[in-house]
Design a protein around this ligand. Sequence first.
Ligand SMILES: NC(=O)c1ccc[n+]([C@@H]2O[C@H](COP(=O)([O-])OP(=O)(O)OC[C@H]3O[C@@H](n4cnc5c(N)ncnc54)[C@H](O)[C@@H]3O)[C@@H](O)[C@H]2O)c1
Length: 348
Amino acid sequence: MTKVAFIGYGFMGRVHAACWQRICGVRVAAVCVRNPASLARSVKVYGCVGEALPANLPSDVAVYTDAEKMLDEVKPDVVDVVLPTSLHAAAVERALAHGAHVLCEKPMARDAREADRILRAAARAKGRFMVAQCLRFAPEYVYLKKLVASNRYGAVAAATFTRLTPPPCAPDGKSWFQDESVSGGLALDLNIHDADIVNWNFGLPTAVSCRAHRVSSGALDHLVASYDYPDKIVVSEASWSATESFGFTYGFRVHFARATVVYDPRLAAPFMVYPARGKPFAPAFRARDPYQNEIAFFHRLATGRVRAEENPAPLAEIRASLALVDAERASARTGRRIAIQTAKGKAT
Ligand SMILES: NC(=O)c1ccc[n+]([C@@H]2O[C@H](COP(=O)([O-])OP(=O)(O)OC[C@H]3O[C@@H](n4cnc5c(N)ncnc54)[C@H](O)[C@@H]3O)[C@@H](O)[C@H]2O)c1
């Protein structure tokens, strides 16, 4: 039996718990939250996909407000860290020091330097550590990655990745997501998904330029990042400026030499391949829930049924994607094109 404990149990904690509870041989044993009364309420992330979620915990779950006490008493096999981003590093270090296997929600940390702190702790630890970079477990993005890596339709000429939502806060405007020192703001919290997909498919660019729009408080609410590659145009667009009635959308359009590939979940045929020869077709996808896929994979990793080398989200790559977002934020701040320094393929 794999004993799982949560540090933080808001919206994503509930999403993860539902996935853990679908896996045979897993028990959600404990949760640590700031305010236990919050477990009686449903939680919604404004601007994000999905309904308000109830806690849905087993009746014998142990509830703590002190993570150290929970780790001491419960001795979980797995700790799932689903806290506001500024709290990830300390919680991950603490859980790893207790010998647990640790899954941490994206973004791993507030910047690449903080990520290095986590990676040093992970290198010393007995347990496995993985970042829940969910798009690497989403079949549509895995399909694209295979098309790019296999050269099936030749070289990529251009690629656009989008993720557009209303701001992630309740109607009163209050949320830790709105505090850039806690969440990293739009570039880190939302655009990390697509910056990581850019890095996963094409490697790090030589430079990035970011055009950004800000609300009156100075916070970014819309950005377009352009990544420099010698042979292709690659752009990502992220927004917290969409209206509630527009909702949340995301996807990509990639122009290969011999096919155009479009993913837009709002279309009747969300994923289409338009080849230069032959008819357009919609690939069939199974196991569509990226969260279920990532948690099932981490369970196999923690129980020794897959090797660390099989992880589609290697830590060095996830750290490099964070460095890419650091450069996007610097470009948004200065209005300048920011070179990506790499040493042995690692962004510095
Ligand atoms: N992969 C995705 O699609 C996705 C979507 C949304 C959020 N996220 C990420 O998941 C993480 C959590 O986001 P969320 O939406 O679940 O947030 P949330 O606000 O819904 O939940 C945060 C949880 O942390 C707890 N918490 C807050 N401050 C605390 C403190 N000081 N000490 C102990 N506990 C504390 C809260 O009680 C709550 O249980 C963030 O890093 C976010 O970026 C990922």
